[in-house]
Write a protein that binds this ligand. Structure first.
Ligand code: AMP
Length: 413
């Protein structure tokens, strides 16, 4: 299956060929014809599936096909709402790449940087805007933008936008866009919150699920190493050195945790940088660039900051700690194994995270077997009683076992 079979224009197909895209990914295969047919979309697709091109290409094609030459009447026709600045930059860059050789202008709006510079770009005229909700509202309040001519509204990583508490901002934006429009909602996970959002915004949408609901991309190998928490840093350093890993993304739960690990790894001689919300936008971009260029070997990030990171060859993700929100595990490991390349996601599991691992397994609907790494086996003398034994799930299992007279079927653990 080639891109031409999806009725894309030769100009776009040439650009894709230049970018080395030989054939559409499954999400592109399903979404592009539906979007070109003006359908609303509810798509469950994780980062790394090629979802950006799945909406960007048909939007560009629709603009290129407009009868009124849009160049002479610059107004925002498509708006892409994203949860984070990093994703905004990445999505805008993708649009710019695919719009090469056309007159389509793509603007960007996100917080933490000068509002005036963004408005100067809007004044010159843009056709597509990629924005985070808060900064978009600032621009709208100042009258720097109008969404009255909008024909396509995209929500990218909608689940993350809801997690980050953007519902009020989303409602405020919805008040300013025409009700007659096409709406495309992309989310890494589908749950009740997403379904209720989609009900309020989408008209008879086509549901596209490229991976199993709440599942992880198949090409990511997941390993869980049981280890004492006080040996995790030493273990990471051992892995990076002995395996000669060049680009490793590590997740911690808190900014403090990130900073602590960064200091320790640097002390151990591994060039490491932090990536979290306390860094200015400029600093984040610099760190990301250094990481992409291989000048920084290890990037230690919090969940919010890492959303939207797109590093083509990222092969290794380490969960130094499991996330408090089990769905974040899927987002984290989705940073590797992108667009078909293989990835390895390692979780460093210590006893106190037993309940969190159980929740991750419940979301994945899959057991993640624990293993030991030679030389880093957990010290059983230090171990606390397993908190899983007293979790609700464990209590239920024991009750079931009693009821079955000692036999326990069901999910293998
Ligand atoms: P996304 O899921 O949109 O973040 O895309 C993940 C990565 O896949 C990006 O680096 C894209 O440039 C790349 N990509 C998207 N579509 C294709 C395709 N059809 N063929 C090859 N690479 C692609």
């Amino acid at each position: 299956m080639s891109f031409s079979a999806l009725s894309l224009t030769p100009q776009l197909i040439d650009t894709l060929a230049e970018s080395g895209y030989q054939q559409p990914t499954p999400i592109q295969f399903e979404a592009i014809p539906a979007i070109l047919a003006k359908q609303d979309i509810l798509a469950c697709a994780q980062t790394g599936t090629g979802k950006t091109a799945a909406f960007a290409l048909p939007i560009l094609q629709q603009l290129l096909a407009e009868e009124v030459p849009f160049v002479s009447a610059k107004a925002i026709k498509a708006l892409v709402l994203v949860p984070t600045r990093e994703l905004a930059v990445q999505v805008q860059q993708s649009f710019v790449k695919y719009a090469k050789g056309t007159d389509i202008k793509v603007g960007i709006a996100y917080g933490g940087v000068s509002i005036d510079a963004q408005q100067a770009v809007f004044k010159a005229g843009i056709d597509i805007l990629v924005a985070t909700p808060g900064r978009l509202l600032d621009h709208l309040r100042q009258g720097a933008l109008s969404l009255k001519q909008l024909s396509v509204l995209v929500f990218d990583e909608a689940d993350r936008m809801l997690d980050m508490g953007f519902m009020d901002e989303i409602n405020a934006v919805l008040k300013q866009v025409p009700s007659e429009r096409q709406t495309l909602l992309f989310s890494a996970t589908l749950d009740d919150a997403i379904f209720s959002l989609s009900k309020s915004m989408l008209r008879d949408p086509k549901l596209i699920e490229v991976a199993k609901r709440n599942s992880t991309a198949a090409q990511i190998e997941q390993r869980v190493y049981a280890i004492d928490s006080d040996r995790k840093t030493e273990f990471v350093s051992h892995l990076v050195r002995t395996k000669n890993w060049h680009q490793v993304l590590i997740f911690c739960r808190t900014k403090q945790g990130v900073d602590k690990l960064v200091t320790k790894l640097n002390q151990l001689g591994i060039v490491t940088q932090a990536f979290h919300g306390d860094l200015s936008q400029g600093a984040r971009e610099k760190v990301l660039q250094d990481f992409k260029l291989g000048q920084v070997k290890v990037l230690v990030a919090t969940d919010v900051a890492a959303r939207g990171l797109d590093i083509a060859e990222l092969q290794y993700v380490i969960n130094f700690e499991l996330p408090f929100v089990a769905e974040d595990y899927i987002h984290r490991i989705g940073r590797t194994g992108r667009a078909g390349s293989a990835g390895l996601a390692i979780t460093l599991f210590s006893q106190e995270d037993a309940l969190l691992l159980e929740e991750v397994e419940a979301v994945l609907d899959k057991r993640l077997p624990q293993q030991w790494y030679p030389g880093f086996e957990p010290d059983f003398n230090k171990m606390e009683p397993d908190p899983r034994r007293n979790s609700k799930a464990a209590q239920k299992q024991r009750a079931k076992k009693r009821a079955l007279g000692g036999k326990l079927g069901g999910k293998k653990r």
